[in-house]
Design a binder for this molecule. Structure first.
Ligand SMILES: [Zn+2]
Length: 379
Protein backbone atom coordinates (compact mmCIF):
# COMPACT_ATOMS: atom_id res chain seq x y z
CA UNK A 1 0.00 0.00 0.00
CA UNK A 2 1.18 3.52 -0.75
CA UNK A 3 -0.18 7.01 -1.31
CA UNK A 4 0.27 6.46 -5.04
CA UNK A 5 -2.26 3.61 -5.27
CA UNK A 6 -5.12 5.89 -6.25
CA UNK A 7 -3.13 7.79 -8.85
CA UNK A 8 -4.18 5.49 -11.67
CA UNK A 9 -2.72 5.24 -15.15
CA UNK A 10 -0.01 7.87 -14.50
CA UNK A 11 3.19 5.86 -14.21
CA UNK A 12 5.49 8.57 -15.61
CA UNK A 13 4.13 11.31 -13.39
CA UNK A 14 4.33 9.09 -10.32
CA UNK A 15 7.95 8.21 -11.12
CA UNK A 16 8.87 11.92 -11.41
CA UNK A 17 7.19 12.80 -8.13
CA UNK A 18 8.63 9.81 -6.28
CA UNK A 19 12.06 10.83 -7.45
CA UNK A 20 11.51 14.36 -6.10
CA UNK A 21 10.46 12.92 -2.73
CA UNK A 22 13.45 10.58 -2.50
CA UNK A 23 16.12 12.98 -3.71
CA UNK A 24 16.08 16.51 -2.24
CA UNK A 25 18.30 17.76 -5.07
CA UNK A 26 15.53 16.78 -7.51
CA UNK A 27 12.96 18.73 -5.52
CA UNK A 28 11.25 21.79 -6.97
CA UNK A 29 9.12 24.13 -4.90
CA UNK A 30 6.55 25.16 -7.49
CA UNK A 31 4.73 22.54 -9.52
CA UNK A 32 2.05 22.66 -12.16
CA UNK A 33 -0.16 19.60 -12.65
CA UNK A 34 -2.13 19.52 -15.87
CA UNK A 35 -4.46 16.87 -17.22
CA UNK A 36 -7.96 16.53 -18.62
CA UNK A 37 -10.89 16.86 -16.18
CA UNK A 38 -11.28 13.70 -14.12
CA UNK A 39 -7.74 12.47 -14.77
CA UNK A 40 -6.88 12.93 -11.11
CA UNK A 41 -4.82 16.13 -10.98
CA UNK A 42 -5.84 16.94 -7.44
CA UNK A 43 -5.45 13.31 -6.35
CA UNK A 44 -1.90 13.30 -7.71
CA UNK A 45 -1.07 16.60 -5.99
CA UNK A 46 -2.43 15.40 -2.66
CA UNK A 47 -0.59 12.09 -2.95
CA UNK A 48 2.60 14.08 -3.58
CA UNK A 49 1.87 16.24 -0.54
CA UNK A 50 1.38 13.12 1.58
CA UNK A 51 4.60 11.58 0.30
CA UNK A 52 6.52 14.75 1.17
CA UNK A 53 5.11 14.86 4.70
CA UNK A 54 5.15 11.13 5.49
CA UNK A 55 8.21 10.00 7.48
CA UNK A 56 8.38 6.99 5.18
CA UNK A 57 7.90 8.84 1.92
CA UNK A 58 4.24 7.98 1.39
CA UNK A 59 3.34 4.77 3.22
CA UNK A 60 -0.38 5.43 2.79
CA UNK A 61 -1.11 4.24 6.32
CA UNK A 62 0.15 6.86 8.76
CA UNK A 63 -1.66 9.91 10.05
CA UNK A 64 0.40 12.27 7.88
CA UNK A 65 -0.58 10.36 4.76
CA UNK A 66 -4.27 10.20 5.64
CA UNK A 67 -4.68 13.82 6.63
CA UNK A 68 -2.65 15.12 3.69
CA UNK A 69 -4.81 13.17 1.26
CA UNK A 70 -8.04 14.26 2.93
CA UNK A 71 -6.83 17.85 2.95
CA UNK A 72 -7.06 18.19 6.73
CA UNK A 73 -3.31 18.18 7.45
CA UNK A 74 -2.29 21.34 9.32
CA UNK A 75 0.45 22.04 6.78
CA UNK A 76 -1.56 21.34 3.65
CA UNK A 77 -3.76 24.13 2.37
CA UNK A 78 -6.19 22.85 -0.23
CA UNK A 79 -7.60 25.69 -2.29
CA UNK A 80 -10.82 24.82 -4.07
CA UNK A 81 -12.90 27.43 -5.73
CA UNK A 82 -16.36 27.33 -7.14
CA UNK A 83 -16.39 30.85 -8.42
CA UNK A 84 -15.16 31.77 -11.86
CA UNK A 85 -12.14 33.73 -10.64
CA UNK A 86 -9.84 33.34 -7.65
CA UNK A 87 -9.91 36.85 -6.11
CA UNK A 88 -6.70 38.75 -5.57
CA UNK A 89 -7.32 38.91 -1.80
CA UNK A 90 -7.33 35.12 -1.59
CA UNK A 91 -4.09 34.98 -3.54
CA UNK A 92 -2.46 37.46 -1.13
CA UNK A 93 -3.65 35.41 1.85
CA UNK A 94 -2.01 32.35 0.33
CA UNK A 95 1.28 34.17 -0.14
CA UNK A 96 1.20 35.14 3.54
CA UNK A 97 0.42 31.60 4.56
CA UNK A 98 3.25 30.29 2.39
CA UNK A 99 5.70 32.50 4.28
CA UNK A 100 4.86 30.89 7.60
CA UNK A 101 6.86 27.92 8.86
CA UNK A 102 5.11 24.57 8.75
CA UNK A 103 3.53 23.70 12.09
CA UNK A 104 4.31 19.99 12.27
CA UNK A 105 5.88 18.74 9.07
CA UNK A 106 8.86 19.45 6.84
CA UNK A 107 6.91 21.53 4.36
CA UNK A 108 4.01 23.88 4.12
CA UNK A 109 2.15 22.81 1.00
CA UNK A 110 -0.37 24.84 -0.92
CA UNK A 111 -2.49 23.03 -3.50
CA UNK A 112 -4.50 25.28 -5.83
CA UNK A 113 -6.97 23.00 -7.57
CA UNK A 114 -8.12 25.47 -10.20
CA UNK A 115 -5.10 27.53 -11.14
CA UNK A 116 -6.88 28.27 -14.42
CA UNK A 117 -9.15 30.55 -12.40
CA UNK A 118 -6.33 32.87 -11.43
CA UNK A 119 -6.71 36.08 -13.38
CA UNK A 120 -4.08 38.67 -14.18
CA UNK A 121 -4.16 40.31 -10.74
CA UNK A 122 -4.51 37.24 -8.54
CA UNK A 123 -1.91 35.47 -10.67
CA UNK A 124 0.49 38.39 -10.35
CA UNK A 125 0.08 38.35 -6.59
CA UNK A 126 1.56 34.83 -6.56
CA UNK A 127 4.47 35.37 -8.93
CA UNK A 128 7.14 36.39 -6.48
CA UNK A 129 6.23 33.61 -4.08
CA UNK A 130 6.36 31.06 -6.91
CA UNK A 131 9.67 32.34 -8.17
CA UNK A 132 11.46 32.52 -4.86
CA UNK A 133 9.68 30.11 -2.56
CA UNK A 134 11.15 29.53 0.88
CA UNK A 135 12.79 26.15 1.33
CA UNK A 136 9.86 24.97 3.46
CA UNK A 137 7.11 25.89 1.00
CA UNK A 138 5.78 23.78 -1.86
CA UNK A 139 3.24 25.14 -4.31
CA UNK A 140 1.15 22.70 -6.36
CA UNK A 141 -1.05 24.27 -9.00
CA UNK A 142 -3.56 22.26 -11.01
CA UNK A 143 -5.20 23.13 -14.34
CA UNK A 144 -6.68 21.31 -17.35
CA UNK A 145 -3.88 22.33 -19.72
CA UNK A 146 -0.86 24.62 -20.00
CA UNK A 147 -2.87 26.97 -22.19
CA UNK A 148 -5.31 27.55 -19.33
CA UNK A 149 -2.62 29.02 -17.09
CA UNK A 150 -1.09 32.49 -17.21
CA UNK A 151 2.18 32.36 -19.09
CA UNK A 152 3.98 34.07 -16.20
CA UNK A 153 2.92 31.23 -13.90
CA UNK A 154 3.85 28.55 -16.41
CA UNK A 155 7.39 29.82 -16.64
CA UNK A 156 7.84 29.74 -12.87
CA UNK A 157 6.60 26.20 -12.26
CA UNK A 158 7.73 22.69 -13.07
CA UNK A 159 5.20 20.96 -15.25
CA UNK A 160 3.86 17.40 -14.93
CA UNK A 161 1.20 16.25 -17.34
CA UNK A 162 -1.40 13.61 -16.50
CA UNK A 163 -2.97 11.53 -19.24
CA UNK A 164 -6.53 10.29 -19.52
CA UNK A 165 -6.37 6.97 -17.69
CA UNK A 166 -7.59 3.85 -19.49
CA UNK A 167 -11.16 2.65 -18.94
CA UNK A 168 -9.88 -0.53 -17.33
CA UNK A 169 -7.59 1.37 -14.93
CA UNK A 170 -10.53 3.53 -13.80
CA UNK A 171 -12.80 0.49 -13.44
CA UNK A 172 -10.17 -1.27 -11.37
CA UNK A 173 -9.89 1.74 -9.06
CA UNK A 174 -13.67 1.79 -8.52
CA UNK A 175 -13.62 -1.88 -7.59
CA UNK A 176 -10.62 -1.62 -5.28
CA UNK A 177 -11.21 1.76 -3.63
CA UNK A 178 -14.98 2.08 -3.64
CA UNK A 179 -16.03 -1.56 -3.49
CA UNK A 180 -18.11 -1.34 -6.66
CA UNK A 181 -19.05 -4.55 -8.50
CA UNK A 182 -16.73 -5.17 -11.49
CA UNK A 183 -19.47 -5.11 -14.13
CA UNK A 184 -20.94 -1.83 -12.88
CA UNK A 185 -17.44 -0.36 -12.54
CA UNK A 186 -16.62 -1.20 -16.16
CA UNK A 187 -19.90 0.25 -17.39
CA UNK A 188 -19.50 3.44 -15.35
CA UNK A 189 -15.86 3.97 -16.39
CA UNK A 190 -16.82 3.61 -20.05
CA UNK A 191 -19.86 5.91 -19.82
CA UNK A 192 -17.76 8.50 -17.99
CA UNK A 193 -15.04 8.22 -20.65
CA UNK A 194 -12.44 7.62 -17.93
CA UNK A 195 -13.41 10.68 -15.88
CA UNK A 196 -12.71 9.20 -12.45
CA UNK A 197 -15.08 11.31 -10.34
CA UNK A 198 -17.88 10.97 -12.81
CA UNK A 199 -17.41 7.22 -13.14
CA UNK A 200 -17.79 6.96 -9.40
CA UNK A 201 -20.99 9.01 -9.53
CA UNK A 202 -22.44 6.85 -12.30
CA UNK A 203 -21.59 3.71 -10.36
CA UNK A 204 -23.20 4.92 -7.15
CA UNK A 205 -26.00 7.23 -8.16
CA UNK A 206 -28.87 5.83 -10.22
CA UNK A 207 -30.22 9.33 -10.83
CA UNK A 208 -27.01 10.50 -12.47
CA UNK A 209 -26.97 7.41 -14.69
CA UNK A 210 -30.58 7.89 -15.74
CA UNK A 211 -30.05 11.59 -16.48
CA UNK A 212 -27.08 10.73 -18.67
CA UNK A 213 -29.06 8.06 -20.50
CA UNK A 214 -31.92 10.53 -21.10
CA UNK A 215 -29.53 13.09 -22.57
CA UNK A 216 -27.89 10.55 -24.84
CA UNK A 217 -31.09 9.02 -26.18
CA UNK A 218 -32.88 12.26 -26.99
CA UNK A 219 -30.71 12.58 -30.13
CA UNK A 220 -32.91 10.32 -32.26
CA UNK A 221 -36.05 12.30 -31.42
CA UNK A 222 -34.86 15.43 -33.21
CA UNK A 223 -36.79 15.30 -36.48
CA UNK A 224 -37.72 18.94 -36.99
CA UNK A 225 -37.11 22.43 -35.64
CA UNK A 226 -39.85 22.02 -33.02
CA UNK A 227 -38.22 18.82 -31.74
CA UNK A 228 -34.87 20.60 -31.67
CA UNK A 229 -36.22 23.37 -29.46
CA UNK A 230 -37.79 20.76 -27.17
CA UNK A 231 -34.57 18.75 -27.01
CA UNK A 232 -32.59 21.86 -26.02
CA UNK A 233 -35.11 22.61 -23.27
CA UNK A 234 -34.89 18.99 -22.08
CA UNK A 235 -31.11 19.15 -21.91
CA UNK A 236 -31.26 22.30 -19.80
CA UNK A 237 -33.88 20.73 -17.56
CA UNK A 238 -31.80 17.60 -17.07
CA UNK A 239 -28.85 19.81 -16.15
CA UNK A 240 -30.97 21.81 -13.70
CA UNK A 241 -32.12 18.63 -11.99
CA UNK A 242 -28.52 17.56 -11.69
CA UNK A 243 -27.53 20.95 -10.26
CA UNK A 244 -30.38 20.94 -7.75
CA UNK A 245 -29.58 17.39 -6.68
CA UNK A 246 -26.05 18.57 -5.93
CA UNK A 247 -26.63 22.01 -4.45
CA UNK A 248 -30.08 22.67 -2.96
CA UNK A 249 -29.49 20.79 0.26
CA UNK A 250 -25.94 22.06 0.61
CA UNK A 251 -27.04 25.66 0.16
CA UNK A 252 -29.78 25.31 2.76
CA UNK A 253 -27.26 23.85 5.20
CA UNK A 254 -24.83 26.69 4.61
CA UNK A 255 -27.57 29.20 5.30
CA UNK A 256 -28.67 27.43 8.48
CA UNK A 257 -25.07 27.32 9.68
CA UNK A 258 -24.58 31.01 9.01
CA UNK A 259 -27.77 31.91 10.90
CA UNK A 260 -26.65 29.78 13.80
CA UNK A 261 -23.22 31.40 13.80
CA UNK A 262 -24.82 34.85 13.85
CA UNK A 263 -27.13 33.80 16.65
CA UNK A 264 -30.20 34.60 14.53
CA UNK A 265 -33.55 32.87 14.77
CA UNK A 266 -33.98 30.83 11.56
CA UNK A 267 -37.77 30.95 11.91
CA UNK A 268 -37.98 34.75 12.15
CA UNK A 269 -39.86 36.41 9.32
CA UNK A 270 -37.47 39.32 9.12
CA UNK A 271 -33.85 39.40 10.18
CA UNK A 272 -31.86 42.32 11.58
CA UNK A 273 -29.98 44.38 8.98
CA UNK A 274 -26.56 42.98 9.87
CA UNK A 275 -27.84 39.42 9.48
CA UNK A 276 -29.63 40.25 6.24
CA UNK A 277 -26.47 41.62 4.64
CA UNK A 278 -24.49 38.50 5.56
CA UNK A 279 -27.28 36.30 4.19
CA UNK A 280 -27.42 38.22 0.97
CA UNK A 281 -23.64 37.97 0.56
CA UNK A 282 -23.91 34.21 1.01
CA UNK A 283 -26.79 33.98 -1.44
CA UNK A 284 -24.79 35.90 -4.00
CA UNK A 285 -21.93 33.41 -3.70
CA UNK A 286 -24.36 30.51 -3.92
CA UNK A 287 -25.94 31.93 -7.03
CA UNK A 288 -22.54 32.26 -8.70
CA UNK A 289 -21.74 28.70 -7.75
CA UNK A 290 -25.07 27.46 -9.13
CA UNK A 291 -24.49 29.23 -12.44
CA UNK A 292 -21.05 27.80 -12.78
CA UNK A 293 -22.31 24.34 -11.80
CA UNK A 294 -25.06 24.42 -14.41
CA UNK A 295 -22.57 25.35 -17.11
CA UNK A 296 -20.25 22.54 -16.06
CA UNK A 297 -23.11 20.03 -16.13
CA UNK A 298 -24.27 21.20 -19.57
CA UNK A 299 -20.70 20.96 -20.81
CA UNK A 300 -20.47 17.42 -19.55
CA UNK A 301 -23.71 16.38 -21.19
CA UNK A 302 -22.35 17.82 -24.44
CA UNK A 303 -19.33 15.56 -24.03
CA UNK A 304 -21.81 12.70 -23.62
CA UNK A 305 -23.72 13.72 -26.75
CA UNK A 306 -20.47 13.97 -28.67
CA UNK A 307 -19.66 10.41 -27.65
CA UNK A 308 -22.94 9.10 -29.15
CA UNK A 309 -22.12 10.53 -32.57
CA UNK A 310 -18.56 9.28 -32.22
CA UNK A 311 -19.96 5.80 -31.46
CA UNK A 312 -22.32 6.03 -34.44
CA UNK A 313 -19.37 6.89 -36.67
CA UNK A 314 -17.44 3.89 -35.33
CA UNK A 315 -20.42 1.60 -36.01
CA UNK A 316 -20.91 3.08 -39.46
CA UNK A 317 -17.28 2.66 -40.38
CA UNK A 318 -17.23 -0.81 -38.77
CA UNK A 319 -14.19 0.24 -36.76
CA UNK A 320 -14.69 -2.61 -34.31
CA UNK A 321 -13.77 -0.53 -31.23
CA UNK A 322 -15.66 -0.67 -27.93
CA UNK A 323 -18.56 1.79 -27.69
CA UNK A 324 -18.73 4.45 -24.98
CA UNK A 325 -22.52 4.07 -25.02
CA UNK A 326 -22.92 0.33 -25.02
CA UNK A 327 -26.05 0.83 -22.89
CA UNK A 328 -27.59 2.98 -25.64
CA UNK A 329 -26.65 0.77 -28.59
CA UNK A 330 -30.14 1.17 -30.10
CA UNK A 331 -29.68 4.95 -30.33
CA UNK A 332 -26.16 4.58 -31.69
CA UNK A 333 -27.25 2.08 -34.38
CA UNK A 334 -30.15 4.25 -35.46
CA UNK A 335 -27.88 7.30 -35.86
CA UNK A 336 -25.37 5.21 -37.80
CA UNK A 337 -28.11 4.13 -40.19
CA UNK A 338 -29.67 7.49 -40.98
CA UNK A 339 -26.62 9.77 -41.04
CA UNK A 340 -23.74 9.71 -43.53
CA UNK A 341 -20.22 9.83 -42.09
CA UNK A 342 -20.02 13.50 -43.09
CA UNK A 343 -23.38 14.10 -41.42
CA UNK A 344 -22.14 12.59 -38.15
CA UNK A 345 -18.99 14.70 -38.28
CA UNK A 346 -21.20 17.74 -38.88
CA UNK A 347 -23.17 16.90 -35.71
CA UNK A 348 -19.94 16.62 -33.73
CA UNK A 349 -18.89 20.02 -35.06
CA UNK A 350 -22.21 21.53 -34.00
CA UNK A 351 -21.73 20.14 -30.48
CA UNK A 352 -18.19 21.53 -30.36
CA UNK A 353 -19.48 24.93 -31.40
CA UNK A 354 -22.12 24.87 -28.66
CA UNK A 355 -19.45 24.05 -26.06
CA UNK A 356 -17.30 26.94 -27.24
CA UNK A 357 -20.27 29.32 -27.13
CA UNK A 358 -21.25 28.31 -23.61
CA UNK A 359 -17.64 28.69 -22.54
CA UNK A 360 -17.82 32.20 -24.01
CA UNK A 361 -20.85 32.94 -21.79
CA UNK A 362 -23.67 32.52 -24.32
CA UNK A 363 -26.75 31.45 -22.31
CA UNK A 364 -26.85 27.62 -22.41
CA UNK A 365 -30.41 27.38 -23.76
CA UNK A 366 -29.60 29.58 -26.76
CA UNK A 367 -26.42 27.69 -27.60
CA UNK A 368 -28.22 24.36 -27.23
CA UNK A 369 -31.12 25.39 -29.47
CA UNK A 370 -28.74 26.38 -32.26
CA UNK A 371 -26.92 23.09 -31.80
CA UNK A 372 -30.05 20.93 -31.73
CA UNK A 373 -31.26 22.46 -35.00
CA UNK A 374 -28.05 21.17 -36.61
CA UNK A 375 -28.65 17.70 -35.12
CA UNK A 376 -31.94 17.06 -36.93
CA UNK A 377 -32.25 13.54 -38.26
CA UNK A 378 -32.14 13.42 -42.06
CA UNK A 379 -35.52 12.65 -43.64
ZN1 LIG B 1 2.71 7.71 5.60
Amino acid sequence: MSVWDDVVGQEEVVATLQHAVADPTAMTHAWLFTGPPGSGRSTAARAFAAALLCPQGGCGRCRECHTAIEGTHADVELVRTETVIIPVDSARDLVQLAGRRPSVGRFRIIVIEDADRLNESSGNALLKALEEPTSHTVWMLCAPSLEDVLITIRSRTRHVRLRTPSVSAVAELLVRRDGIAPEMAAHAARAAQSHIGLARRFARDDGARIRRHDAVTLTTRIRGVGDAVDAAADLVQIAEEERDAALVERHAEEKAKLLEMLGADPAARTQPVAVRSQISALEKEQKKRATRYLRDVVDRSLTDLMSVYRDALMVREEAGVPLVNEDARGTVTQLAQVFTAAGLLGCMDAIGTARARIEANVPPLLALEAMAISLQMPR
